[in-house]
Design a protein around this ligand. Structure first.
Ligand SMILES: Cc1ncc(COP(=O)(O)O)c(C=O)c1O
Length: 376
């Protein structure tokens, strides 16, 4: 039996009629750019995230870029972000005009902490971008305290973490929980198809409690003005398609159930792999709800294990094989091997296993057995 890392087909098959009706609603109205579908999605996601403002845009990358551009950085202004994340976090900071400053991460959660951020802080630090890697939030209370004390803007990269939440985080709480993307000054989300809430193409969203920031982001996504042919600033075209919004509105109704499915799979891996020597399982910190966009283990002889799983027709992913401070495009920033030892080590150890909601008991068992056998 083939066990793919991700299979979107079973999800589509279950919502085929619903999503088809949503798509034809847009096609019948012949309104494809922004408009009522996008406004409805923004309102529904603002409510889901418990924030007053949500602004749709063209991708998760732009959801990072637009709020950073709204800050109008001066030359030399720095943005602190983890070396162990997807490239877009750093690319957006760079393209917004910030100098990216890479920090290390905690080896158990793969996430930044207030301490790893503080270790690289300088007088030029103006923004911090904590990433909620693989679907779990970093400790937002101490991170916000540090940033508030020193006057820096905090943009949460919640691209992989829609629906994750944390107790005790600052921000608008519901029953004591603050949603990923609601704890910082703004949160960035991606609707890339592999995300927990994925569109039928690219899409993104900025969440914020700050009305002025929401207004600036909404202008920046349409060439810097709300009124046609009147431009208050130089923006770009980062509009969200109505077709994507209609698909995402349909899928949002299913998201809590799908997240439960991912959590159930994670629990099953925990039971099956807890005692396997050679494997460290992802740690969920108390007071956090993880949404497992990826189920990422650390593995002894990671590449050997990956080859064995491949032979058994089990798909895996390496997120990420190289830390960002050592990427060729950032060499001018002066990063050297050994600067951020945890990030560098993780790149050689991490392996993401299939965790999509429809995986099912049989395929989970195949993955667990293959890993146990490799280390036996
Ligand atoms: C952590 C992180 N940040 C940013 C992005 C960028 O999102 P997008 O691919 O929608 O531009 C992604 C997803 O690919 C991501 O995983």
């Amino acid at each position: 039996m083939i066990v793919p890392l991700l299979d979107l087909m079973p999800q589509y098959e279950r919502i085929r009629d619903e999503v088809g009706a949503a798509i034809s609603r847009v096609v019948e109205a012949q309104g494809f750019i922004l408009g009522p579908e996008v406004e409805a999605l923004e309102a529904e996601l603002a409510s889901f995230l418990n924030v007053p403002h949500a602004v749709g845009c063209a991708s998760g990358t732009d959801a990072l870029l637009l709020p950073l551009r709204a800050l109008t950085p001066a030359p030399g202004d720095e943005a602190i972000l983890p070396a162990f994340t997807f490239f877009a976090t750093a690319g957006a900071a760079w393209n917004a005009g910030f100098r990216p400053v890479f920090c290390d991460v905690d080896p158990l959660t793969f996430n930044v902490t207030a301490e790893t951020i503080e270790a690289v802080w300088t007088e030029r630090t103006r923004a911090v971008i904590p990433v909620h890697l693989f679907g779990q939030m970093p400790p937002m209370a101490p991170i916000m305290e540090l940033a508030r004390e020193r006057g820096a803007f905090v943009l949460e990269d919640a691209a992989q973490a829609i629906g994750a939440r944390q107790q005790g985080a600052p921000g608008p709480a519901r029953d004591g929980w603050v949603m990923a993307g609601a704890a910082g000054d703004a949160g960035a989300f991606s609707f890339f198809p592999t995300k927990n809430l994925g569109g039928f193409g690219d899409g993104g969203l900025v969440a914020t409690s700050d009305p002025e920031l929401a207004d600036r982001v909404a202008k920046l996504r349409v060439h810097g003005g709300r009124q046609m042919y009147h431009h208050e600033m130089v923006g770009t075209n980062s509009r969200l398609d109505a077709l994507q919004a209609a698909v995402l509105r349909t899928k949002l109704r299913h998201l809590p159930g799908w997240t439960e499915g991912r959590r159930g799979n994670a629990k099953r891996y925990e039971e099956g792999l807890a005692e396997v020597e050679g494997v460290s399982l992802p740690v969920t910190v108390e007071g956090n709800e993880h949404v497992y966009n990826q189920y990422t283990i650390r593995a002894r002889d990671r590449d050997g294990l990956r080859t064995r799983l491949q032979e058994r027709r089990i798909g895996t992913g390496v997120y990420y094989p190289a830390p960002l401070h050592l990427q060729p495009c950032f060499q001018e920033l002066g990063g050297r091997p050994g600067d951020l030892p945890v990030s560098e080590r993780l790149c050689g150890e991490v392996l993401s296993l299939p965790v999509f909601p429809e995986l099912g008991e049989e395929r989970l068992g195949i993955v667990v057995d293959a890993i146990r056998e490799f280390y036996a």
